[in-house]
Design a protein around this ligand. Structure first.
Ligand code: TYM
Length: 331
C-alpha cells in the first residue's frame, strides 16, 4: 500500500498538525510504502518572505525527523525538487472544473484574508495538491479534517482523468483519524488551531518550551459549567478531552470516565502535563538535528531522487494517454 502526504513549510508547526497529521505519517512507515513531501510550492500561494521560506523548510524537515520519520523507512523530500509535480498539475488542470475550485472552502477562507493579492496560485492550489498525491499512485492520504474537501477533489480529478483517457491514475482515500482530526484553538475553541488564523496564546507549537505549553493549556478557555463531557456546547472541554485521548491512544469516552467528577482545573493540569511529556522529546531531538543544514539537505535530495523515479513514470504515462509529446519508444 502506498501512503503519501504533504505538509506546508509555513510558520511553526503546532499541536494540531502533530496530532492530526505528523503522528499518522510516523505510523504510516509501519503500514506501507510511505512518502512525505514538504510543499514549498504551495507556500508561495500567499504573501511570504523568501528567506523565511528556506528557513521554515529546514525547520519542518527537522520537526518531521524529530517526530520519528526515518529516511531509511520512508521517502522525505522537498516538493520543488521534483518538477513532475508542477507538470502534472498543469496536465490535471485539463480535467478540473473551474467551478469545483471556486467551491473550495480553503480558497474562500484564504482569499478573504489576503490584503494585497489573491494569487492565481491560491486558486490552483488544490490541483497541485492532487498532482502531489496522484503522481505516486497513492492509495491512502493521512490528513487532518480540514483537508477532506481537497482529497475529495483529488478523487474526482483522478476519476475524471480515468474516464476521459483510460484507467491510469489510482483513486486515493483519505485517512482522517477518529480522534484529534480537528484540534481547536485553546483560547478560541470555536476556531481550529492554525498558524495563520488562530491566536498565539491558543496555539501550542511543537517547539514551545515546556513552560509555555503549561501556561497555554492551563489558561485554555472553557465554559461556565462543571461537567467534563465531550459535547457541542462545550467546545473547550471537548478539545482538551480530544487532545488527551489522542495522546494516550484512548477513546474519548474512556478519558471522560477517567475525569468523571473532576474539576476543569484538574483536566487542564493533566492535559498540560501530558502534552509537555509528549512534545519534550521531539523538541530535544529537534535542537540536535536542526543546526546541521547540510545533513538535512542531504536527506531531502536523496528523498527527491527516489521520489522522482516514481513520479516521472506516472507523468510519462499521463502524457502518453493525453497525446502530449512524442510517442514513447516501446521496448
Ligand atoms: P498544512 O501544512 O496546513 O497542515 C499539515 C497537516 O496538518 C493537519 N492539520 C490539523 N489537524 C488537526 N487539527 C488541526 N487544527 C490541524 N491543522 C492542520 C492538516 O489537515 C494537514 O494534514 N494542503 C496541505 C498540504 C498538502 C498536502 C498535499 C496534504 C499539499 N499537498 C498532498 C496531503 C496530500 C496543507 O496545507 O497542510
Amino acid at each position: 500500500m502506498r501512503i503519501f502526504s504533504g505538509i506546508q513549510p509555513t510558520g511553526r508547526k503546532h499541536l494540531g498538525n502533530y496530532i492530526g497529521a505528523i503522528r499518522q505519517y510516523v505510523a504510516g512507515q509501519d503500514r506501507g510504502d510511505a512518502i512525505y513531501c514538504i510543499v514549498d510550492l504551495h507556500a508561495v500561494s500567499v504573501a511570504y518572505e523568501p528567506a523565511d521560506l528556506r528557513r521554515y523548510l529546514y525547520d519542518t524537515t527537522a520537526i518531521l525527523l524529530s517526530a520519528g520519520l526515518d529516511p531509511n523507512r520512508s521517502i522525505l523530500f522537498r516538493q520543488s525538487d521534483v518538477q513532475e509535480h508542477t507538470e502534472l498539475c498543469w496536465l490535471l488542470c485539463a480535467v478540473t472544473a473551474h467551478g469545483e475550485l471556486n467551491r473550495m472552502t480553503q480558497f474562500k477562507d484564504k482569499s478573504a484574508k489576503q490584503k494585497d493579492l489573491v494569487s492565481a496560485a491560491l486558486f490552483f492550489y488544490p490541483v497541485l495538491q492532487a498532482a502531489d498525491i496522484l503522481a505516486y499512485k497513492t492509495n491512502e492520504v493521512p490528513v487532518g479534517d480540514d483537508q477532506r474537501q481537497h482529497i475529495e477533489l483529488t478523487r474526482n480529478i483522478a476519476e475524471r482523468f480515468n474516464e476521459r483517457f483510460g484507467d491510469t491514475l489510482v483513486v486515493p482515500r483519505h485517512n482522517i483519524p477518529e480522534v484529534g482530526a480537528r484540534i481547536m484553538d485553546l483560547a478560541a475553541p470555536d476556531q481550529k488551531m492554525s498558524t495563520s488564523a488562530s491566536t498565539d496564546q491558543g496555539t501550542v507549537y511543537v517547539l514551545d518550551e515546556p513552560k509555555a505549553v503549561l501556561k497555554k493549556i492551563k489558561s485554555a478557555v472553557t465554559d461556565s459549567g462543571t461537567e467534563i463531557r465531550h459535547a457541542p456546547d462545550k467546545p473547550g472541554i471537548a478539545n482538551l478531552l480530544e487532545i488527551m485521548a489522542a495522546i494516550q491512544n484512548k477513546k474519548i469516552a474512556e478519558v471522560e470516565q477517567a475525569f468523571a467528577g473532576a474539576r476543569y482545573g484538574d483536566l487542564k493540569v493533566a492535559v498540560a502535563e501530558a502534552v509537555v511529556a509528549y512534545l519534550a522529546p521531539v523538541r530535544e531531538r529537534y535542537l540536535e538535528l536542526r543546526p546541521d543544514e547540510a545533513r538535512l539537505e542531504e536527506i531531502l535530495s536523496a528523498g527527491a531522487e527516489r521520489a522522482r523515479r516514481i513520479a516521472s513514470a506516472t507523468v510519462a504515462e499521463v502524457k502518453d494517454r493525453m497525446g502530449v509529446g512524442p510517442k514513447p519508444a516501446r521496448s
